[in-house]
Write a protein that binds this ligand. Sequence first.
Ligand SMILES: [Fe+2]
Length: 198
Amino acid sequence: MDQDYLPHELKINKDLDGITKKMLDEHFKLYQGYVKKSNEIQKKIKEADKSEANASYSFIGELKRQETFSVNGMKLHEIYFGHLGGDGVPKGDLVKMIEKDFGSLDIWKEDMIVTGLCARGWAVLAYDYRDNRLHNYGADAHNIGAVWGAIPIIVLDVYEHAYFIDYGVNRKDYINSFFKNLDWDFANKIVEEYKLGK
Ligand SMILES: [Fe+2]
């Protein structure tokens, strides 16, 4: 029996250092839309005419195409909002893993910033089971650039909607604010939950 995705709640109730509550509230509405659409799409997939299936166009094909956009959009935003609201101080096993795989925290952060400046959607610190190490992967949309078998741990949203209200075109300052408000305990919980690096 299928079960609907239940939306997370926004735990942030005030302005953050460099990120306003207004911007977060507007952004969170987009997340809620992804949850709603993910549920709607999965229901419609069950009901759709499967005999139409076709790679050029079919209703079922569009549902399958947008399902990955919507579900990835939901999941990535859940980590993004989940790990905002912290003090930005790196800590825990994740720091040791980053130092091992990137050389130092500074090298990793610089690469993450560069990834965020290059990508059109997301910069994601992920643990990839293919080589059992961390990577900073860039994604141009929720479903373009996602790497199979990699667990997202730190998820930086660089879509314009994530920063234009507060920063206009100044993406770099927004990225700096993102790091200032990062909750490393939340990221470490993901490491713990999946037993990453063990
Ligand atoms: Fe977003």
